[in-house]
Design a protein around this ligand. Structure first.
Ligand SMILES: NC(=O)c1ccc[n+]([C@@H]2O[C@H](COP(=O)([O-])OP(=O)(O)OC[C@H]3O[C@@H](n4cnc5c(N)ncnc54)[C@H](OP(=O)(O)O)[C@@H]3O)[C@@H](O)[C@H]2O)c1
Length: 263
């Protein structure tokens, strides 16, 4: 179905990468459903989308709730009559060694990072099948492919999201629904407040040293990639997991960096 503006749903769009993508989509005239648990950041993002020339709908929801995908997609579809792009961006994250992990945190990672994206796609399918340019963009992480002590729950949820990306890309290709993922490296967003404790500066210094380009990414850099992946330039791309990580997952990169520093 032809529309005069794209209809986009972005989870976790009150802050960070999701908010940046929402602003950029808004600047292109898109209608954006913004989803998260806290209303205030969502309202801030909605105001920025509208100031940039787009339309916004605030949808407070907890993606750990199995009922959330139906509620979220229904609200967007009722408001604008369709859905073209789903950005599965929200994530649960908690660093714990396996000896200290809890079932509650394990289940939360799977519910928010894997189950919710999967069922958002299921709920969105009738609308995506009617869209002129349908796509799903999953936000993974370099942690989905690197073996990082303490990140087994988060990392395996992201690896599962990458598998979903590939398998759904193949399954939904007959309807020209593209499914891709972006795997960011360290990006300067509020997510690090959840695990870095009092030493955020120290955590940033350590993360920069893990990246060949020796810096954190910005939310805007990631947002631009999300919008690009949804756009016509990428219409022959599906099933891809694109690292936007300053080279973090390059084989041998970490030992090369530490070798340089030692020398
Ligand atoms: N920043 C990085 O270094 C980095 C690196 C690799 C991958 N990533 C990925 O990038 C994505 C975006 O993260 P970010 O860095 O932009 O962090 P962020 O600013 O903390 O954004 C995450 C958003 O998800 C929302 N959220 C979390 N749990 C939720 C739930 N149960 N239901 C609904 N919304 C929920 C949060 O809002 P509420 O708290 O209000 O719900 C928050 O706005 C995530 O998938 C993350 O794994 C980030």
């Amino acid at each position: 179905m032809d529309r005069s503006f794209p209809i986009v749903l972005i989870t976790g769009s009150g802050t960070g990468i999701g908010a940046a993508a929402a602003r950029i989509f808004g600047g292109g005239g898109a209608a954006v459903g913004v989803v998260g648990r806290r209303i205030e950041p969502l309202e801030n993002t909605a105001a920025q989308i509208e100031a940039a020339g787009g339309k916004a709908l605030v949808i407070p929801a907890d993606l750990a709730d199995p009922a959330a995908p139906h509620l979220i997609v229904s609200k967007v579809a009722e408001k604008w009559g369709g859905l073209d792009v789903i950005v599965n961006n929200a994530a649960a994250i908690h660093h714990l060694p396996v000896a200290e992990a809890t079932r509650e945190w394990f289940d939360r990672h799977m519910a928010v990072n894997v189950r919710a994206p999967y069922f958002l796609v299921q709920e969105g399918l009738p609308y995506l099948k009617e869209s002129a340019a349908p796509c799903v963009i999953n936000i993974s992480s370099s942690s989905g492919s690197l073996a990082i002590p303490g990140q087994s729950m988060y990392g395996c949820s992201k690896a599962a999201l990458e598998y979903l990306t590939r398998s759904l890309a193949a399954e939904l290709a007959p309807w020209s629904i593209r499914v891709n993922a972006i795997a960011p490296g360290p990006v300067d967003t509020p997510i690090h407040l959840t695990w870095a404790g009092d030493d955020l500066e120290g955590a940033y210094e350590r993360m920069k040293k893990e990246v060949p380009l020796q810096r954190m990414g910005t939310a805007e850099e990631l947002g631009e990639w999300i919008v690009w992946l949804a756009g016509p330039q990428s219409r022959f791309v599906t099933g891809a997991v694109i690292p936007v990580d300053g080279g973090q997952v390059l084989p041998g990169a970490l030992s090369a960096i530490s070798g340089e520093q030692d020398g």
